[in-house]
Design a protein around this ligand. Structure first.
Ligand code: NAD
Ligand code: IPM
Ligand code: MN
Length: 356
């Protein structure tokens, strides 16, 4: 199979973790007789420095022309003073919207080897953590108008949150279909006791729940969900929620599995082209030190093989290679535990490659 992959290394630890994922993709290509070619795309802080904007039109075009996109992370203190629409993060939002990627899947699954790295009590962890956050990705407050204006002698800032029924319905459908392939349970998370967008969200989800009578369905308020994720995470299978709630809950969900550095994601719309990225950020505090955990990015590459290219066996081979590295007790600093061996980002890459 021949595939062309747009590669966005981005900022901070982005280049370090993406390089490890590309080594793994190359090894898979060689082993299974595929050809993956890579097109470099500048997005985020590096694009601001080189081109004066976080996502130049030509860069979006390169992503749209590719079979899929692999991303490290963007952002960093260097660009934090810029106005909202000129920041690195704006490039990422424009990319997601420009590619029409409304469905962001963020699996929170405990690798048993990492149980000791979870901050939860062993008796909670033992019950199992295996759920997926299905996050709406191109609507809500992220994409409403953002303004700051003078008002009565002080500044007043406004961010508008809105959702149309069709935006809720399409992400809801993804959640119910995903549940059918898993344990048949959807928890829809909202703030319907306060927000109009959430009341509409709930109405649309209830309509869908009737279409999927075989799937167990529950509503949960977002504040309670944040609490339930640490109290009893085994109750969740598919958690579907709007953009900002999903951003926050997925970081929380990642940590209970041992480290945010482990969690991959897929972002999909209509069609098979997707954007694959770890859920974490550019980790400026450890950037350039070869310390970052590359596994979230490597597993994102595996998700790309599975969901965009239908290469299930190849994806499973990457997961098995990661599993072996964890079995061998190798850990980057973020998930280090007693009795394990601390390795660098590239050493983790070496080990996974060797296991392939
Ligand atoms: P972050 O996820 O970058 O880091 C939070 C903490 O987790 C840090 O202590 C970091 O060292 C650690 N961490 C994250 N990924 C790790 C990994 N792979 N291995 C080891 N440790 C890891 O979040 P932040 O510090 O809030 O944000 C930093 C920058 O990243 C900001 O500019 C933010 O906007 C950006 N960001 C980008 C993305 C993205 O590109 N998708 C996602 C989140 C944040
Ligand atoms: C993520 C990040 C992004 C988001 C930022 C960088 C725009 O936190 O991918 O989780 O909020 O979606
Ligand atoms: Mn986030």
């Amino acid at each position: 199979m021949e595939k062309q992959i747009a590669v966005i290394r981005g900022d901070g630890i982005g280049p370090e973790i993406v390089d490890q994922a590309l080594r793994v993709l190359d090894a898979v290509a060689e082993k299974y007789g595929h050809t993956f070619t890579y097109t470099d795309v500048d997005m985020g802080g590096i694009a601001i420095d080189k081109w004066g904007e976080p996502l130049p039109a030509a860069m979006l075009d390169k992503c749209l022309a590719a079979d899929s996109v692999l991303l490290g992370a963007v952002g960093g203190p260097k660009w934090d003073g810029l106005p909202g629409d000129k920041r690195p993060e704006k490039g990422l939002l424009a990319l997601r919207a420009g590619m029409g990627l409304y469905a962001n899947n963020r699996p929170a699954k405990l690798w048993p080897q990492l149980a000791a790295a979870s901050p939860l009590k062993p008796e909670i962890v033992e019950k199992g953590i295996d759920f997926i956050v299905v996050r709406e990705l191109i609507g809500g407050v992220y994409f409403g108008s953002h303004t700051t204006a003078e008002c009565g002698g002080e500044q007043k800032a406004t961010d508008v949150m809105s959702y149309a029924e069709h935006e809720i319905e399409r992400i809801g459908r993804i959640a119910f279909e995903t549940a059918r392939k898993r344990r048949n349970k959807v928890t829809s998370v909202d703030k319907a006791n306060v927000l109009d967008t959430s009341r509409l969200w709930r109405k649309v989800m209830h309509r869908l729940a009737e279409e999927y009578p075989d799937v167990e369905y529950a509503d949960m308020l977002v504040d309670n969900t944040a609490m339930q994720i640490v109290k009893a995470p085994s109750q969740f299978d598919v958690v579907v929620t709007e953009n900002m709630f999903g951003d926050i809950l997925s970081d929380e969900a990642s940590m209970i599995t041992g480290s945010i550095g482990m969690i991959p994601s897929s972002s999909l719309g209509e069609g098979s082209r997707g954007l694959y990225e770890p859920i974490h950020g550019s980790a400026p505090d450890i950037a350039g030190q070869n310390k970052a955990n590359p596994i979230g990015t490597i597993l994102s590459a595996a998700m790309m093989l599975k969901y965009s290219f239908d290469l299930d066996e190849e994806a499973a081979a990457i997961e098995a290679a990661v599993n072996k590295a964890l079995d061998a007790g190798l850990r980057t600093g973020d998930m280090m535990a007693e009795g394990c061996t601390l390795v660098s980002c590239s050493e983790m890459g070496d080990a996974i490659l060797k296991n392939l």
